[in-house]
Write a protein that binds this ligand. Structure first.
Ligand SMILES: Cc1cc2nc3c(=O)[nH]c(=O)nc-3n(C[C@H](O)[C@H](O)[C@H](O)COP(=O)(O)O)c2cc1C
Length: 397
């Protein structure tokens, strides 16, 4: 389960462990836990499971900041089976998670998400169609629960285009769930506008064919995101709100005709809100996954995000210790978020600090299931025979 490159033994790790102020919080270092959907919410209410989720997040509080898994802003929003919401009774479940994280000394933002067309009728109330900016079916498959109660991947369906009269309700869903997140004891919220979900579907030209004030020029396609930002900022104040974008990302069958104009404009507009941070999924992620050099377009986009966003920038996607350190050194980002490495290494900062080997992640346990591949990845402390830090209180037993 280990990996350590020879070269990583040579560069000193300095930047990753420099403190930084993000919004109103002083963070001890720059290693962030990226949002990770794990499809283990308890049924039928889609709340985090008291034992597992509390333990999972509490185990990872050595992150300077944890960003939670994507969390639904309404009953209409379920995109994958067994994912959590925060629009109703789930608030109490989340309260247990935030208490566990705080008890272990951590900081946690909730990722607010509307999946839009990345869903399936079987995940919607009364089998209704998922909603989207335009009625365009994504290619690919949705993760649903079949008749036997097992997870299954099935073709997406053609979504229903949202009526303009529905837009204020959408914004209100974010405002209401932002208030719920406050009640649940989170330290902030991240608005998910990345990876081909609803807000990204409005932003990018391939999924938005509207002719009203939410479609056409980028000023219109950015409108819903900015309305959501304004609603959420009113609840939380800007210095506890982040936004996630994925320029050049193609995940969930999405694409933009003029990505530099689109994402440059959005980064510029977001700067005006003085948010806690902008969180960008690395435009070079696809190349990194294929072990190829990033193309010129990706490199330009990375620079563009830095230039247009005048605030704290988190970058995520494909980083290891050396590349993270190098990006911070080169000033391309202020913090680095790690997804799969945090999933498999609850004590990632300690491992980085000691240049210790990393556990490899097990893809077969990403989504659904129980403790296996969720809360049983070993820490260095456990390997040394030390007792795990207490992170379970009486309420979760
Ligand atoms: C199992 C899994 C679940 C994910 N869930 C989310 C999510 O809920 N919200 C989100 O914005 N990104 C999600 N992502 C994307 C990650 O946050 C991250 O951007 C991606 O894994 C690339 O970073 P990495 O190379 O450090 O893993 C997920 C990725 C994985 C592997």
């Amino acid at each position: 389960m280990s990996e350590l490159t020879a070269s990583s033994r040579q560069t000193p790790v300095e930047r990753l462990f420099q403190p930084i102020k993000v919004g109103r919080y002083n963070l001890p270092h720059r290693i962030v836990m990226a949002p990770l959907t794990r499809s283990r919410a308890c049924q039928p209410v889609n709340a985090p499971t008291p034992l597992n989720s509390c333990r999972y997040y509490a185990q990872r509080t050595s992150a300077a900041l944890i960003i939670s898994e994507a969390t639904q802003v309404s009953i209409q929003v379920q995109g994958y089976t067994w994912t959590p919401g925060i629009y109703n009774r789930e608030v109490e479940g989340w309260r247990l998670v935030t208490d566990a994280v705080h008890m272990a000394g951590g900081l946690i933002f909730l990722q607010l998400c509307h999946v839009g067309r990345i869903s399936h009728s079987s995940l919607q109330p009364d089998g209704m169609l998922p909603v989207a900016p335009s009625a365009i079916k994504p290619s690919g498959e949705a993760f649903i629960e079949n008749d036997k109660g097992e997870g299954e991947w099935v073709s997406f369906v053609t979504p229903r285009a949202l009526q303009i009269e529905e837009m204020p309700y959408l914004v209100r869903q974010y405002a209401r769930t932002a208030k719920n997140a406050l009640a649940a004891g989170f330290d902030g919220v991240e608005i998910h506008a990345a990876n081909g979900y609803l807000l990204d579907q409005f932003i990018e030209s391939s999924t938005n064919r509207r002719t009203d004030r939410y479609g056409g020029p980028i000023e219109n396609r950015a409108r819903l995101l900015l309305e959501v930002v304004e609603a959420v900022v009113e609840v939380w104040q800007p210095d506890r709100v982040g936004v996630r974008l994925s320029p050049l990302g193609t995940y969930n069958d999405i694409n933009d005709d003029e990505p530099e104009t689109t994402f440059g404009t959005i980064a510029d507009k977001l700067s005006a809100y003085r948010l806690a941070y902008l969180h960008v999924v690395n435009p070079a992620l696809a190349a990194i996954e294929q072990r190829a050099e990033p193309d010129a377009r990706a490199l330009r986009m990375i620079d563009l995000m830095r230039e247009k966003y005048r605030g704290t920038l988190i970058m995520a996607g494909g980083f290891d210790l050396d590349t993270a350190e190098a990006w911070l050194r080169q000033g391309k980002a202020d913090l680095i978020a790690f997804g799969r490495r945090f999933l498999a290494n609850p004590d990632l900062p300690e491992r980085f600090r000691r240049r210790a080997p990393l556990n490899a992640d097990d893809r077969s346990t990403y989504y659904g299931g129980g403790a296996k591949g969720y809360t049983d990845y070993p820490t260095l402390a456990q390997e040394r025979g030390e007792e795990p830090k207490p992170c379970v209180d009486e309420r979760w037993r």
